[in-house]
Design a protein around this ligand. Structure first.
Ligand code: FES
Length: 169
């Protein structure tokens, strides 16, 4: 049976209302409001940006402008697991490219997509994470993996995929 991974709009707005209320609907609190909304949904859906604008009584263009200006905000959906592959020089030299290819293949990402259709995985490259001694480095959400090989990351992902499949039952 098809599963719904996208939260129902109504439920979404309830949570947004809570966040807006917490910051007393102050325009000066727009950035922390957007940060919390993004924490909740992993990105900033367009309809929620419009909703926040209405709630704060400011123009959607203002909210959209802030959301697009700061790199910390994402307007595209992100997966439950965000996999960041370091592509800094040390990691690149020590083989981050085959690791990246293996990850994309394992989670079935094709055609230049960075997020799987089921919103489970986002795979992105990032610049030096400051842990070059551990190169190549991969971060999955907050967990750092060092000296990653193609084989090692395949095992890690197999476990995650298995865990997700069990969670579906
Ligand atoms: S180059 Fe990857 S951690 Fe520095």
């Amino acid at each position: 049976m098809a599963k719904s991974v996208v939260p129902k709009a109504q439920r979404s707005f309830e949570k947004v209302n809570e966040i807006v209320r917490k910051y007393e609907a102050k325009e000066s609190m727009l950035i922390p409001i957007l940060q919390e909304v993004q924490e909740e949904y992993r990105y900033l859906p367009e309809e929620i940006l419009t909703y926040v604008a209405t709630a704060l009584d400011i123009s959607p263009a203002t909210v959209y402008g802030v959301a697009t200006f700061y790199a910390q905000f994402s307007l595209d959906p992100k997966g439950k697991y965000v996999i960041s592959v370091c592509d800094g020089t040390a990691c690149h030299v020590r083989g981050s490219s085959p690791v990246l290819d293996a990850i994309r293949k394992k989670v079935n990402l094709v055609d230049g997509k960075i997020t799987t259709d089921d919103l489970r995985f986002t795979v992105q490259t990032v610049s030096c994470l400051g842990a070059c001694g551990l190169a190549p480095v991969v971060v999955i959400n907050d967990k750092v993996y060092g000296q990653v090989t193609k084989e090692a990351i395949e095992l890690i992902l197999d476990e995650l995929i298995q865990k997700e499949a069990e969670g579906d039952n």
